[in-house]
Design a protein around this ligand. Structure first.
Ligand code: HAM
Length: 425
């Protein structure tokens, strides 16, 4: 075993898996651009207060999972456990015109108990749209995420939605839930028996059987919504219906971060284990900008875990995420000039090309060509060099150029890059 390993709960992503990762980012970037979102890149660490105040002192992400450290000047910093609070911090700092629609791809760090689909560093694709409380924007962000899953090829994802109310109706609901939980404190799970009063809503998304049983008789969030929140939710789900996006309401969908108001939503993969089946989730956070020192401006967004989406793709056997591989492998047994020059020419012609180094034998280079997965091999030996040609060998059935595995053809050296560019296009 090597002296150092990737830290517990983290993983190295190498090719070809990394190509799937890159494909997801590319498809997401396209979906975001089509909907008018611009890329935002913000620091991976922030003043720890951004998350304490933004995500909430009572959320597990902050109390148990955040990587907090002091820098050399004694500032308290935190690795971002999620994207929203730092994107909102950037909004408050720069005050771009609203609606401000931003997308991101970022690592996120949470000190969780590592298991399949749950890591200490995971990666999120997300959007944040700040500046309007129009429920059609909620529809837009959900549609963007649903469209992304569809573009990736996932079919077994289920959307659940809910409304968490606003500052008018939520305090009353929280109080009635607290009164109920106080009366049932003894029946709660060990953790929530001690902590429910800090944030009673956390009991609603506790998965332990004790809390699930208590919840069955608890006051319902949907009964407590005020008129404007009810209307907001109605317009939201009507929009989903209009766009043909299937949804199910889950009254207990309060999500683990404390900034949510009104709309919350989550996409779960039916192909994954229930404990880690959330492939993406988000919602509205109408008080967050203000909490981080900005004006009273509402916002809505989501984050989707790249690792989870890839797990769901594997479980659904989605093909084609690895993208195009190598087109050509250049085999040169004449000293290396041909490999150097032809590889460069091919790349300039838009052909993905690689080569061997170190003057290896023909056999070794052909083996490398085979292992590379290239569709074609370009072979230059003394005979080819003397005749000013290149031998092109078809390495796979689907190699292109209208022919099959094993075919060989001698092509003029001067024409070969253009010919191959045509065949592999
Ligand atoms: P979240 O639900 O905590 O929301 O995370 C978003 C997604 O990240 C989850 O649905 C899941 O796919 C993935 N994820 C979370 N934790 C892990 C982990 N430990 N390992 C692997 N994947 C994970 C947020 O982070 C919010 N910022 C979303 C949002 C944006 N809400 C409004 N705007």
């Amino acid at each position: 075993m090597s002296a150092f390993q990737a830290p517990t709960g983290t993983r190295d992503v190498l090719a070809p898996e990394s190509a799937q990762f890159a494909t997801l980012v590319a498809r997401f970037s396209r979906a975001a651009r089509l909907a008018g979102y611009g890329l935002v890149v913000s620091p991976m660490f922030e003043d720890a207060g951004v998350f304490r105040r933004g995500v909430g002192e009572a959320s597990e992400v902050v109390t148990k999972e955040m990587y907090v450290f002091e820098d050399r000047s004694g500032r308290s910093l935190a690795l971002r456990p999620e994207g929203t609070a730092s994107v909102v911090r950037a909004f408050v700092q720069h005050r771009p015109p609203v609606p401000w629609k931003a997308w991101y791809v970022t690592p996120a760090f949470r000190y969780e108990r590592p298991q399949a689909g749950r890591y200490r560093q995971h990666h999120q694709l997300g959007v944040e749209a700040i500046g309007t409380e129009d429920p059609d924007l909620d529809v837009e962000v959900v549609a963007l995420l649903a469209g992304f899953y569809e573009a990736v090829g996932l079919t077994r994802v289920e959307l659940t939605v809910n409304s968490m109310g606003d500052s008018t109706c939520m305090p009353g609901y929280r109080a009635s839930l607290a009164a109920y939980l106080e009366a049932h404190e003894i029946e709660l799970c060990d953790e929530h028996r001690a902590t429910w009063s800090r944030n009673p809503l956390r009991v609603l998304d506790c998965k332990r059987p004790a809390c699930v049983a208590v919840r069955a008789g608890a006051p319902r969030l949907s009964d407590a919504l005020c008129g404007p929140c009810t209307e907001h939710f109605a317009r939201f789900v009507a929009g989903l219906d209009a766009l043909g996006i299937a949804w199910r309401r889950d009254d207990a969908l309060v999500r683990g971060l404390d900034y949510y108001t009104r709309t919350t939503f989550e996409f779960s993969s039916l192909a994954l284990d229930a404990a880690q089946n959330a492939v993406g989730g988000g919602g509205r956070y109408d008080g967050l900008v203000e909490r981080l020192g900005g004006p009273a401006v509402p916002g809505v967004g989501f984050g989707s875990g790249i690792e989870r989406v890839l797990l769901a793709c594997a479980a659904e056997r989605v093909a084609g995420l690895e993208g195009p591989g190598l087109d050509v492998f250049v085999v040169d047994v004449t000293g290396g000039d041909a490999a150097r020059d032809l590889t460069s020419e091919l790349r300039r012609a838009g052909v993905a090309a690689d080569r061997a180094f170190d003057g290896r034998s023909l056999k070794s280079q052909l083996k490398q060509a085979d292992r590379s997965g290239a569709r074609l091999a370009c072979i230059v030996g003394p005979d080819e060099e003397a005749s000013g040609v290149v031998t092109v060998r078809w390495m796979r059935e689907d190699a292109g150029g209208g022919d099959s595995h094993g075919r060989q053809e001698r092509v003029e050296r001067a024409q070969v890059a253009a010919a191959i560019a045509g065949w592999t296009r």
